[in-house]
Design a protein around this ligand. Structure first.
Ligand SMILES: CC(=O)N[C@H]1[C@@H](OP(=O)(O)OP(=O)(O)OC[C@H]2O[C@@H](n3ccc(=O)[nH]c3=O)[C@H](O)[C@@H]2O)O[C@H](CO)[C@@H](O)[C@@H]1O
Ligand SMILES: C=C(OP(=O)(O)O)C(=O)O
Length: 422
């Protein structure tokens, strides 16, 4: 298992290019299952989760090719599907595999998808995906760890999910594009990745109203086709936020290229409250941090409020900030796995239910720590960048799931960080 070795204490200076959004790429690659025509996506990040998705698609018989001149351009051809089953061995490594359920059922009337099972950050059931597809007329049985779904043709329905669910909205949205009649998704998630998926689906011929709102109205069509021009995936707002937090913690002056500040309002507001200068540009964000940040309290929520996927990274900033911050996690019941590892680096954090109370201290001290999930890994990297001495972050396969060459990008802006293959 690879590790990262970080020697902390350097400020960050220079430029970083942000990759395409993981959480848009995964549903959009699965959306290619909705049509027999080849779908080309641009700005696909080079991530483990993307290669896992391509493996899931390959298992179904969909081929994919990366443009030899630009590896971030990927074409998926789902014209000759040979299976409608996503098996446990792949789904267990990436929950987002559940995103093949809606498209397979809508186009082929049958799907067999492994239940994803537990996850380090919470129990994460998929009952709302199932409830919505049932409302659209699907017959669904859950047996032997698999969701078996069939439908002659899905029928439009009015669906109100019990809570806001991102992949749930995506699955139902994709399914509804090929259903008979009108579907209304109430309480839909409004994350920028959903809007990007809507844009892709509309470019494929889907009829969708309510883009960017919590009420999506979909008029099902008989068939979808390839977009006329390759769809360009939006920048990864969580990668962007992670670099913003890294600079806030270490100090420095960094420009993030191909970033979109409008997707990160809540995080940027909090960074400004911490005393960090954040200057959005046309297609970039400059971040300047010249002094120790001030501790900032926040609570996670659905978009456009503070994203749970930035909670761990911002907590790392609070660890070395001046003052005391309360960090409340409201989306996932167990998303504080990074706390004990941050404490190993000297942080003063006490957890009380869903709230972590972080008392900032001037310096962390390097140690060996273990990554437990994707964003926990990123928080440990940030903490390692400001810790005195050497920090080793173990089990970084979690980090590789969702960050495109993170250590290479950090090294380019002055961090002392290297990958130790293991
Ligand atoms: C691939 C992807 O896009 N992943 C993101 C997606 O995950 P994901 O789509 O899995 O997260 P959801 O939005 O579905 O989860 C929100 C909450 O709803 C609960 N729930 C969800 C569905 C369901 O059927 N039943 C149920 O109880 C979950 O356990 C959780 O407590 O949104 C999360 C919340 O912004 C992010 O942290 C993930 O990075
Ligand atoms: C929780 C995340 O991803 P996933 O839903 O794929 O586990 C994440 O991106 O932070």
């Amino acid at each position: 298992m690879d590790k990262l070795l970080i020697r902390g204490g350097r400020t960050l200076q220079g430029e970083v290019t942000i990759s395409g959004a993981k959480n848009a790429a995964l549903p959009e690659l699965c959306a290619a299952l909705l049509t027999p025509e080849p779908v080309t996506l641009a700005n696909v990040p080079l991530l483990k989760d993307v290669s896992t998705t391509l493996k899931v698609l390959a298992q179904l018989g969909a081929s994919s090719v990366r443009d030899p001149a630009d590896a971030s351009v990927v074409t998926v051809d789902a014209s000759s599907i040979t299976s409608t089953e996503a098996t446990y061995d792949l789904v267990k490594t990436m929950r987002a595999s559940i995103l093949v359920l809606g498209p397979l059922l809508a186009r082929f009337g049958i799907a067999r998808v492994s239940l994803p099972g537990g996850c380090a950050i919470g129990s994460r059931p998929v009952d709302q995906h199932i409830k919505g597809l049932r409302a659209m007329g699907a017959e669904i049985r859950v047996e032997h760890g698999y969701i078996h779904a069939t439908a002659s043709r899905l029928k439009g329905a009015r669906i109100t999910t019990d809570m806001v669910t991102v992949t749930g909205t995506e699955n139902l949205l994709m399914a509804a594009t090929l259903a008979e009649g009108e579907t209304i998704l109430e309480n839909a998630a409004q994350e920028p990745e959903i809007t990007d998926l809507v844009d892709l689906l509309v470019s494929m011929g889907a009829q969708i109203e309510g883009r960017g709102t919590s009420r999506l109205r979909i008029n099902g069509v008989e068939r979808l086709h390839a977009p006329a021009v390759p769809h360009r995936i939006i920048p990864d707002r969580i990668e962007t936020g992670t670099f913003l937090c890294a600079v806030a913690a270490t100090g420095g002056d960094v420009t993030l290229r191909r970033a979109d500040a409008s997707h990160l309002d809540a995080v940027i507001d909090k960074l400004r409250e911490a005393g960090v200068t954040v200057e959005p540009g046309e297609d970039s964000i400059r971040v300047v941090a010249t002094r120790r940040p001030k501790a900032v309290s926040f609570r996670t929520s659905e978009h456009p409020l503070f994203p749970t996927d930035m909670q761990a990274q911002f907590m790392a900033v609070n660890c070395i900030a001046e003052g005391v911050a309360r960090v409340t996690e409201t989306i996932f019941e167990n998303r504080f796995m990074h706390v004990n590892e941050l404490v190993r680096l000297g942080a003063h954090i006490a957890v009380d239910g869903h709230t972590a109370i972080v008392e900032g201290i001037p310096k962390l001290s390097g140690a060996t720590v273990m990554a437990t999930d994707l964003r926990a890994s990123a928080s440990l990297v940030i903490a390692g960048l400001v810790a005195e001495g050497a920090t080793t972050v173990d089990r970084i396969y979690h980090l590789d799931r969702g960050y495109d060459a993170m250590e290479v990008k950090l090294r380019a802006i002055g961090a002392d960080i290297e990958r130790i293959p293991g």
